[in-house]
Design a protein around this ligand. Sequence first.
Ligand SMILES: Cc1ncc(COP(=O)(O)O)c(C=O)c1O
Length: 444
Amino acid sequence: MKFEALERSGLLGAMSDIAREIVLPQGIFYWSGRAKKEAEIDATIGSAQGKTSLFLPKGDDTVRTFYLPSVVERLSALDPEQVVPYAPINGAPKFRAAWRKWIVEKLSEQYEFDQNLISNPITVPGVTAAIAFLSRLFLSPGRTIICHDLKWENYHPILEDSQQLEIATFPLFREGGFDTGSFLSLVGEMLKKQDVTAILNFPNNPTGFMPTIRDAEDMRKGLIEAAEKTGNKIILIFDDAYDGFVYDKDAAGISIFGKFVGAHPRIVPIKCDGASKEFLLYGGRIASITFGFHPSWGDPEQLQKELDNKIGAFIRGSISNCNHGAQIAIAGAIEDGGIAKKERAVIVGILEKRYSALKKALAAADIPGATPLPFNSGFFAFVNVKVEAEKLADHLLKKYKLGIIPHTDAENNINGIRIAFCSVDESLIAETVGRIEAGVKDLS
Ligand SMILES: Cc1ncc(COP(=O)(O)O)c(C=O)c1O
């Protein structure tokens, strides 16, 4: 975007150095905006949706963004006293306790760890904010953060533009699985000089990839070895926005954060997860920052108090506090004998069917020069293509009325398309792949 009006008016010149440079990328909004107008099948939308008959007992053919009835009913039944007053800076105690219970229950199904090492979650307005606050907590401007090459495009505005960090990437994949070796060697190299912070996002956006437990074990072993070699710390930020949306038994069912709790005194695992996707409440703007403590760090209660203060200062100094009513509604749904869990399972089941249909259709398709990347979870799948991804997206919209998101990153040699199967009805998945195949053939 050009800022000619701001420039002519002199306002651009009056802005801070960061503000003069910062630009809200229009890529995804541009393509989803066009898809809304031009597409018959819209696979650009990153929120799960479909006919209400799929998830409501009295539903019909109306297409809605999926939601959990137990949460939405609680929202509309809130007492003004649960909505009107400010929430405490670090979150409503009821929500923090419920979310902690939710995290411990989920992780316990997959991992062995000492529950006392799980901190009290700190409430923030979305996983986006969790990442922003943590980057400010651990990284001064100019520092580098490690991430896989295929990543959520918003990491650039959050980390690079707003916090002036550099992102050092490693390949997400090697031979059809997580590239543990490249991750460990990048961490090991940087760790020689200073503390290292890495952000890992699984299930991944844009690929829909979740590593296996074996991958997590290899990472843990390698990171412990690396941590032993120096006195520096490894901060692991887990972006678990899509936690639990896993459809393949070979993949870890829940965040691999669980593998790192108490792993080593110099490994600091931090879980960022929230209601946006997990409780299908994107507009509620509620998420959490949860630490995995190490027994050698001392009294967990005192650590909690001091972390609450540090992160509380960032919260108070920016957004002040979070949506109160949403915290109460989510906490109520969690506490209500597993109802939210059951309702979630219905949505996960719908997405699993779409996922299976997409796997099958991609395996059967003959798309010249295309490589579907491994996927087993989340909301998306990613296909690398040889034709120019943006040209393909434009062609698919114009000729085949199909919306997908092109994703390119010249630095990392990425040129592909993201298919949001979370928003495409199962009955249209094969057709979606058929249109992609036809579009690529036209341009090849
Ligand atoms: C990988 C990833 N992290 C975080 C978010 C944002 O989560 P929230 O809405 O809770 O800020 C998204 C949303 O698209 C995402 O894809």
